[in-house]
Design a protein around this ligand. Structure first.
Ligand code: GDP
Ligand code: MG
Length: 437
């Protein structure tokens, strides 16, 4: 399965001390192969592994984390992104909102119809009507009645009528007259995709024009799930996917394949036979499940937080000892940049966002500063006092800036380090406050 293949890909890295272009090459190749085997398209798989590789090589090396663990974390985050990042809601606007349920026989359509009615009634305060659209199996109609009774939702059925289009239309009329604001239409499925079933559900769709057409698929059917999803999507252009039977031991690789092959969001997952066993789909959780390494992911997150704290502590010490230098200045800039786009950050401050709209702060705001510091020798970076006039001139030339810009940066640096020292020394701070006009 996808999970096993990914696990094997990470094993290749075990025992390595550092992330290098060479030692992650094999893992990256294995990840790509695992994705391709799971029916992810070549383009998507390549993009995926390129991103994983780039992120891995760009990461700071944290002592507490091995390259193997780092790769798991990065892959996890990218998997979540590939499955849509956030959750996708269903559309229940409209009065009544019509929801059409499609899928093969045994995929869990009738069970899901009951679960959805229960969810919309209890969590969304809706008044749903369930519609028995499986005209071929009388048992299926009874099944829906049993579920409707369980969740306290009315069920519309007509055992004499063998025309699902007709039943659906009449059900919508009935819903309107009875004040139901959601209509959930359960339909018949075959054991394999067949022409007649496809045409029938397409006609139902045309007749009632649903707000949501959902495709229900059994997560245990693996590769077949992808082919079925594709066939249904080609015919119905559905709005979302329901992945059932995730309470079994499947790792959920189908979620990734379906999402990337049909490019439609997964909206719900079924996790049992009970009416309450329905979850909203969260890509993060599915990524946990696919990798089956949730503990590694949280380990890396913790280590990354600790790393930042440790850096801050080191810096505090240096400031106290008056050893703050240009290297520290540079890593402070890196910290700020890690927090995201500067303009976005400003935009989050109430009142400031609008005022700053036209001010020109771009992501490159630090480029000039960084270029100047990079043009210093290691000795100069550690000894800011050594920056004489001739050295400043050389640095300006090397960084493609001017003497004035270099001078300005050095002045800024002096002010920053003076201020930081004072903040560390409460006595001096008090003195300064007293002397203020
Ligand atoms: P339909 O033919 O598509 O309407 O499928 P059904 O709703 O009748 O479900 C087929 C079988 O799968 C039934 O025995 C259900 O109880 C079972 N089932 C449906 N959803 C789930 C689920 O999320 N987990 C488990 N374990 N079983 C499910
Ligand atoms: Mg059914």
């Amino acid at each position: 399965s996808l999970s096993d293949k990914l696990e094997r890909a990470f094993k290749v890295l075990k025992g390595q001390g550092q992330v290098t272009e060479i030692n992650i090459a094999e893992t990256v190749k294995e990840i790509r192969r695992a994705l391709l085997d799971a029916d992810v398209s070549y383009k998507v798989a390549k993009q995926f592994t390129d991103t994983v590789k780039e992120k891995a090589l760009g990461q700071n090396v944290i002592n507490a984390v091995s390259p193997n663990q780092l790769m798991v974390k990065i892959t996890h985050d990218e998997l979540a992104k590939l499955m849509g990042g956030g959750m996708a809601d269903i559309n229940i606007s409209g009065n009544p909102a019509v929801i059409l349920i499609s899928g093969l026989q045994g995929s869990g359509k009738t069970t899901f119809s009951g679960k959805l009615a229960n969810y919309l009634k209890t969590k969304k305060g809706k008044s749903p009507l369930l519609v028995a659209g499986d005209v071929y199996r009388p048992a299926a109609i009874d099944q829906l009645h049993v579920l409707g009774e369980q969740v306290g939702v009315e069920v519309w059925s007509d055992k004499e009528n063998k025309n699902p289009v007709d039943i659906a239309k009449q059900a919508v009329i009935h819903a309107k007259s009875k004040g139901h604001n959601v209509v959930i239409i359960d339909t018949a499925g075959r054991l394999a995709i067949d022409e007649q079933m496809m045409n029938e559900i397409e006609q139902v769709k045309k007749a009632v024009n649903p707000q949501e057409t959902l495709f229900v698929v059994d997560s245990m059917t693996g590769q077949d799930a992808v082919n079925t999803a594709k066939a249904f999507n080609d015919k119905l252009d559905f709005d979302g996917v329901v992945l059932t039977k995730l309470d079994g031991d499947t790792r959920g690789g189908a979620a990734l394949s379906i999402r990337t092959v049909v490019d439609k969001p997964i909206k719900f997952v079924g996790t049992g036979e009970k009416m309450e066993a329905l979850d909203i789909f969260y890509p993060e959780r599915m990524a946990d499940r696919i990798l089956g390494m949730g503990d590694v992911v949280s380990l890396v997150e913790r280590a990354q937080e600790q790393y930042d704290e440790e850096e801050a502590r080191k810096l505090q010490k240096k400031i106290a000892k008056n050893q703050f230098d240009f290297n520290d200045f540079m890593s402070q800039i890196a910290q700020i940049k890690k927090m995201g786009n500067v303009k976005d950050l400003m935009g989050m401050i109430p009142g400031v966002g609008k005022a700053m709209k036209d001010v020109d702060i771009d992501d490159d705001a630090f480029k000039g500063i960084e270029a100047i510091i990079q043009s210093m020798t290691p000795y100069e970076r550690e000894n800011p006092k050594s920056l004489t006039g001739s050295r400043r001139k050389r640095i300006a030339g090397g960084s493609g800036t001017s003497i004035q810009e270099v001078n300005r940066l050095i002045k800024q640096f002096d002010q920053t380090s003076k201020m930081m020292r004072m903040m560390g020394d409460k006595k001096k701070m008090a003195q300064m406050m007293k002397n203020m006009p």
